[in-house]
Write a protein that binds this ligand. Structure first.
Ligand SMILES: C[C@H](O)[C@@H](O)[C@@H](O)C(=O)COP(=O)(O)O
Length: 222
């Protein structure tokens, strides 16, 4: 069952940030000290990963609490340098409770080649994320990153970031994690299909059928 973040004990959310940080790190999506995660703690506060730490080695006590304007309220470490990206998502989407930024290698290679993941090649793309757009180049750690993402935040839940990586968000940390995992999966499929030589994109009729199948799948799964 998917649980919302708000209302859950802080200790559990801290543990989840550690767990997903390790998982993303082991998947190779957060090499070195890269990547960051956050969750809504309540209506006014976020629990966010610290800057400059391996997300494999990070502990519950390393998390930082900030308000929705980015003011640090608690935590002995400095908050992620990409806080403005996380804030932009929470400020624009009341339905979002968790944000994951990472550098999955194949998806990041697409972002470095200036390619969005916007062709509907495999059914899973339609059933999950739809198109994943590419936000324009912005220097890491600056407010330019949030500005580059803002046009896409209302209509997407995963976005590639030019020459940088990707961001995904959802109603829970689990959901945001699964979206990030799916971004890399779709990038991998796109790359291999291209290498095989002939991309067979889904037709309009196939897309219509899949969108109906998606509604049915969601109704059945919830
Ligand atoms: C240089 C950083 O790794 C940068 O790429 C940033 O986007 C990132 O992923 C991690 O930054 P923090 O350690 O500040 O969260």
């Amino acid at each position: 069952m998917i649980e919302e973040c708000i209302g859950r004990p802080e200790v559990e959310l801290r543990r989840e940030l550690v767990q997903f940080g390790r998982w993303l790190s082991r998947l190779g999506f957060m090499p070195g000290t890269s990547g960051n995660l956050s969750v809504r703690l309540d209506q006014e506060r976020l629990l966010v990963t610290p800057t400059g730490m391996s997300k494999y080695l990070m502990r519950s006590s390393d998390m930082v609490i900030v308000d929705l304007e980015g003011r640090q309220l608690a935590g002995s470490r400095k908050v992620t340098s990409e806080l403005s990206m996380h804030l932009a998502v929470y400020q624009m989407r009341a339905d979002i409770e968790a944000v994951v930024h990472s550098h999955p290698p194949i998806a990041t290679a697409f972002a470095c080649a200036g390619r969005a993941l916007d062709e509907m090649l495999c059914q899973e793309a339609v059933m999950t994320l739809g198109s994943v757009p590419l936000a324009q180049y912005a220097t890491t750690g600056t407010d330019e990153v949030a500005a580059s993402l803002r046009p896409f935040i209302p209509h997407h839940t995963a976005i590639l970031m030019a020459n940088h990586g990707a961001v995904a968000y959802g109603p829970t940390l689990t959901d945001a994690f699964l979206k990030m995992e799916t971004v890399e999966h779709l990038a991998h499929i796109r790359l291999v299909a291209h290498q095989l030589g002939s991309l067979q994109t889904l037709s309009g009729n196939q897309l219509d059928d899949l969108l109906r199948a998606k509604q049915k799948y969601i109704r059945n799964a919830t």
